[in-house]
Design a protein around this ligand. Sequence first.
Ligand code: HEM
Length: 548
Amino acid sequence: MKTDVDTTLWAFAVATKLSGAFMQPHVAMAYTFLLFAALAWLSISLVYWAHPGGPAWGKYCFSKGKLSSFSNFKPIPGPRGLPLFGSIKLMANQLAHRQIAAAAQSHDARRLMAFSLGHTRVIVTCDPDVAKEILHSRVFADRPVKESAYSLMFNRAIGFAPCSEYWRVLRRIAATHFFCPKQIKATEDQRCAIASGMVSSLGRHNHREPFTVHQVLKRASLHHMMFLVFGRRYELDHMNEEAEELKRLVDEGYELLGTLNWSDHFSWLSDFDPQNIRARCWRLLPKVKVFVSRMIREHREKAGDRDCMDFVDVLLSLQASEKLSDLDIIAVLWEMIFRGTDTVAVLIEWILARMVLHPEVQSKVQNELDQVVGKYRSDVVDEGHTARLVYLQAVVKEVLRLHPPGPLLSWARLAAADTLVDGHHVPAGTTAMVNMWAISRDPEVWEDPHRFMPERFVAGEEGRVELSVLGSDLRLAPFGSGRRSCPGKSLGLITVTHWAAHLLHEYEWLPSASDWGTGVNLTEVLRLSCEMAYPLTVIVRPRRRALK
Ligand code: HEM
């Protein structure tokens, strides 16, 4: 009771004080001003928000005024989202590609949709023709600024370097030295050795005990990149502290780059680093520098000792206009490790998942392998065989169609100048995305798009589609297209096809006991790549018992 009386007295005192304060003319004026300012701000936010595509588009339109050239064009349709925030929830979710496709469908904006991520204007297409228009345009040859990428020095590597002479030099180095056919051929033996390592590693599992393949694939892929980049060879089965250290650095960077950073889209948040991304990047970068610098130092000390040039040797041997500073070399090498590791592992896991789910397709692949490679223990797959593995290639294409590792083509593009896309005005500074996942499941582009049917890519089969996945045909361009398309695509494709061939030649892949009947869980999660949300669990059974 006493408390009630105290509270009432206290509230009365505050009310009296406030009303007293309001009585003071200058305080009342200040409050009125604040109220008007808040109302004005709210009205402006609502006006911006009312524009198709949401607040960032509204702000642009009104800042340019109704008479600008922008207003002569029909606005791009798209969701408004929330005032101030726009459609951030489309991207804040781990299935952004699906959410965006659904929004485009509901706004009848598959060709081109506008939306806002805080203050960022975004366009996205789910149409192959418009995708080509964007990806092949000179205007869209830049990447949007992403704080974590810049903090981790990726702006000095190929993926995030602005479209400049420096970036062109890096692309040239990649094309002529890192990924040229001669270099790919020169490193084939090590890929064979890693594939055999995977086979032995899997062989150590009891053939009735289920296990997950994710870690084996990821380690194989990391070891592959460690060899290409630093010339290091590791045994797959032995824990190696150096490889483990690099794995920790890659995992951390992967998480940082794969997280939607609110500070990228709300300038007023950038001082606060609310998700702790900046602080984590600052802690990670010195470790990366120490690791890669050590490798570079060792290469300088042992210059000329190696039979096969790795990426460090290549970069250290460059002269004149191509010569890079040590910091730039670190950035380029770190990006290569980073980009080449997870994409390959993720794609092979999807391929194996589909093989478990479709045993009839698996048998067809294995029959082909037996015919092309042989069915005795001494017959081992090598990269020379892959060109003749027509059905396996079709399987890889079909998996890339249904499970592209970069469903939104990994990293978006940025409009460097005002331009037109599909007849709409797109202002400079707009982020552009291509929803490759939606294109490759579009019923107007693909017959029976949700069905897993590698036959659609086999020459001679009825209803087949003959296309290259390397970027010339936008119906299926999982490596992107145009000037910023993936420079590692040939290497990625040959590695995936070769390792998948090896694993399928050696083993029959069966669902784990707990999955019998229900099959494999194909739920996706979009991190930096689109992975299986529930890692594939399998039982493997050796296939080739007979000896020659
Ligand atoms: C299955 C394997 C791979 C897939 C699906 C893949 C996919 C992609 C995609 C979709 C892009 C963006 C393209 C665009 O914006 O148009 C990209 C860019 C890139 N990829 Fe790959 N990639 C793979 C393997 C690799 C490998 C093995 C490396 C290097 C070792 C690599 C290095 C890069 C780099 C450096 C870029 C940035 C290119 C630039 O901005 O100029 N990728 N990749």
